[in-house]
Design a protein around this ligand. Sequence first.
Ligand code: GLU
Length: 432
Amino acid sequence: MLRFAPSPTGDMHIGNLRVAIFNYIVSKQKNENLIVRIEDTDKERNIEGKDQEILQILGLFGIEYSQVIYQSQNLRFHSAMALQLLHDKKAFSCFCSPEWLDKKREEAKTDKKAYRYDGACENLPDELVIDNMNPFTIRIKQPSEAITVKDHIKGEVAFNPAEVDSFIIMRQDKTPTYNFACAVDDMLSDISLVIRGEDHMSNTPKQDHIRSSLRYDKKIEYAHLPIILNDDGKKMSKRDDASSVKWLLEEGFLPSAITNYLILMGNKPPKEIFTMAEAIEWFNLDNISKAPARFNLDMLKHINREHLKMLDAKELSRYVGFADAEIGEVARIYLEEVRTTKELKAKIEPIFAPKIIPAEFEEQAKIMAVTIKNAPYFEEYEDFKNHIMKESGLKGKNFFKPLRLLLTGAEHGPDVAEVYKYLKNYIGEIVK
Ligand code: GLU
């Protein structure tokens, strides 16, 4: 079983989408199910409706999953596991107040040392614990030996016991901490491989330690994906528009193209343009580069155009608001100039909109519009052109400029003869 575990705390970041895509591909390759676990235990950061938005995005990208689990529904299991650890003396109650712990943290900072729990409550006699009316947290005892994490991308990384520390697994309000909930849930769902962002690397030994303290000996495999950098070489953050999946979709990037690019980044694929189904054939986590991947919007635009070219004419027309193969063919001509569906729409819409004619050609355009409206249907552009030229008496620039403006709604663009081929049945709607 694999899992994608988003937090419903904001717009989906492309880094998260990349994690979801990789999980999906590997689940297909391993023929194992993929579950979605909504990590909703941080009540203050949760944003209403984000869970549904995430699921919609997964649907749009063709990422199928067998089940959706809400982490908050597992709270009783988290408490039960904490109790088991206390019972086995693998965990202890800690009465240190938050203020006291903050003070200790400050001291460590002043001494330029990494903060570690000082073990004050680890060996309290049971009588002191039972009689203590103060609020308490539950801490897991730090491991006695180093923990080595084997990662498909990072290789082997060892963490010494002090780095893992005796950390809190249940807060004073009896809610589990993030690492505890995550470790227990991965165990309950029988996860075999965790693919996630490298910002979670330091959590991994803690989560492994929780499970081995619970005597769960299945070894979960890991793959921590390197971060994504923006064009300036900085970590892509909310300030970068392109980091938001929603923004990319609104800008007119196809899900298939975004998927292609997120798989291509920092990878060694056999070709540049491919579909998710093709990637399932050859994708290998071990080929993902250890170095951060750099996001390049221009590259994504290039890939997007290639994916737009792969659509059949009718499908393409849908992206510009029609359901008509001929309009799709016109759109295909404009693909020479543009790379997103938003840009494509901006080319096709003016064709059917009332025309804005520069003053210089206003008179000629009026004459030409009347001529076109009175003209019969012509199969060939040459015949159409000759007829309009003859009937309107217009020549040269005075003929070609207004003709282009009336037929395409723009002063510049592709060969009018090419466009006419697909628009000839719509002349009545275009020149009104
Ligand atoms: N909820 C975490 C996040 O969105 C992911 C945790 C995990 O994959 O283990 O970053």
